[in-house]
Ligand binder design. Structure first.
Ligand SMILES: NC(=O)C1=CN([C@@H]2O[C@H](COP(=O)(O)OP(=O)(O)OC[C@H]3O[C@@H](n4cnc5c(N)ncnc54)[C@H](O)[C@@H]3O)[C@@H](O)[C@H]2O)C=CC1
Ligand SMILES: O=P(O)(O)OC[C@H]1O[C@](O)(CO)[C@@H](O)[C@@H]1O
Length: 386
């Protein structure tokens, strides 16, 4: 069995690659980072170090690696005969993966079972986005002749894999916890065997609960923590003010997922508490800059802040905690982060209502519009005063 995995970064090596390896797949890592691919090609194993209670070392072997920028034909040849293709590259990179998958589906021999495609990104229905990119490239005439050569399944992935210190090389430090939920219906009666993953009939409650609890909470910790000058996530959450701000935002998103998906309120409260414990793990060298990275993506319409806030106000439910986190995100001024730089430039150049439309996708007339305009105007005033 062979799996081609796009993105040999933190989640690629520390989570998806590990679980596919443990499921018996030969993993072929594909990445555009030539140096990283070179190191993987030169190695015959790497270690995933789980830190925290019960953590142990896990060995990954039997992998190969291919430079997807330099050797597109080689990559397509690997994909053409693969059983599984996964990604962990970031939702905005999926469109660059699509052409490779399209070429592989074109070349796929008719006697092979469909290629299983799963995007493992922090985004709702990321695999559907990838499929739509491939279908658009193929066009309305060709796509129906190719679609049956692949099975597209959405997934929700959860494991904190922080930025890695340079001295660890290919090895990866991860938390012990992980969850990989995969939607079952695309597979009919025969889902692939991936111990460690679980198959669910309806992914929506899983992905929304995960994105609007883990990712809302983590990013809120990063933005509120950055505002108070913290570098590490665990230190930020030890601050009572940050912890209270995160708790307010998560109380709101919890109310939404409970109301929308009929989740048990006590169970959701326990899920939330467990997650905060994970963020507090002092052995995870995680930073507010990594967790807050790409604020424009995180402030976009269906993401972890605006997505739940929009639904909450539409239901007449409170959003003050989420709005405080958004206000902090607007002050995430980090020179090394291209999106943070763009966000600060936008705050300097555009009027507040325009910034709200461009960044959050919320239009005037929506009940969230005026509160967001006020928050943006506040961030602009702060910026001018700095
Ligand atoms: N790190 C974490 O704790 C978690 C991350 N995720 C999600 O996983 C995805 C990846 O995140 P990380 O692993 O943290 O990022 P990362 O930056 O460590 O890894 C991404 C990798 O993708 C590669 N890449 C970029 N463009 C590419 C392309 N066109 N083709 C092939 N490879 C390409 C990069 O070179 C890099 O090695 C993101 O969507 C993130 O939201 C999800 C859950 C947890
Ligand atoms: O690129 P993003 O969305 O910040 O993804 C990384 C996030 O995913 C998580 O691992 C949660 O699963 C967080 O640790 C981390 O902040």
């Amino acid at each position: 069995m062979k799996a081609v995995h796009f993105g040999a970064g933190n989640i690629g090596r520390g989570f998806v690659g590990l679980l596919l390896h443990d499921a018996g797949y030969e993993v072929v890592f594909a990445d555009v980072d030539a140096a990283l691919i070179g190191r993987l090609q030169a190695a015959d194993r790497y270690v995933v170090h789980e830190v925290g209670p019960g953590g142990r070392d896990r060995i990954v072997e039997r992998f190969r690696a291919i430079d997807s920028a330099a050797d597109a034909p080689g990559l397509v040849a690997e994909l053409t005969t693969a059983d599984v293709a996964t990604t962990a590259v970031g939702p905005r990179v999926l469109r660059f993966i699509a052409p490779h998958l399209l070429d592989a589906l074109r070349a796929r021999p008719g006697d092979l079972p469909p290629l299983i495609v799963m995007a493992c990104e922090n985004a709702i229905n990321a695999t559907d986005l990838l499929r739509d990119e491939i279908a658009a490239l193929a066009g309305a005439e060709e796509w129906p002749t190719l679609a049956h050569r692949a099975i597209f399944a959405n997934t929700a992935v959860d494991r904190i894999v922080p930025g890695q210190p340079a001295e660890t090389g290919l090895d990866v430090i991860v938390e012990t916890f992980f969850e990989w939920a995969i939607e079952r219906p695309p597979f009919g009666d025969a889902p692939p065997e991936i111990p460690g993953a679980h198959f669910v009939d309806d992914l929506a409650p899983y992905i929304e609960r995960k994105l609007f609890t883990v990712n809302t909470g983590h990013a809120a910790t990063a933005y509120l923590g950055h505002l108070l000058g913290y570098e590490r996530i665990s230190d930020a959450l030890a601050d009572a003010e940050v912890a209270a701000g995160v708790e307010r935002a998560l109380t709101e998103t919890s109310a939404l997922v409970v109301a929308k998906h009929g989740l048990d309120e006590a169970e959701q409260a326990a899920y939330r508490a467990r997650i905060l414990e994970r963020f507090r793990n002092p052995e995870l060298p995680d930073t507010v800059e990594r967790v807050g990275r790409q604020p424009l993506r995180k402030l976009s319409r269906s993401e972890r802040f605006i997505g739940p806030a929009a639904e909450l106000v539409e239901r007449g439910m409170p959003v003050a905690g989420l709005l405080d986190a958004v206000a902090a995100a607007l002050r995430f001024d980090v020179a090394a982060d291209a999106e943070a730089v763009d966000l600060q430039a936008l705050l300097r150049s555009d009027a507040a209502p325009e910034v709200v439309r461009e960044v959050t996708g919320i239009e005037s007339g929506h009940p969230l519009f005026d509160p967001l305009v006020a928050i943006v105007a506040g961030a602009q005033a702060d910026q001018r005063a700095r």
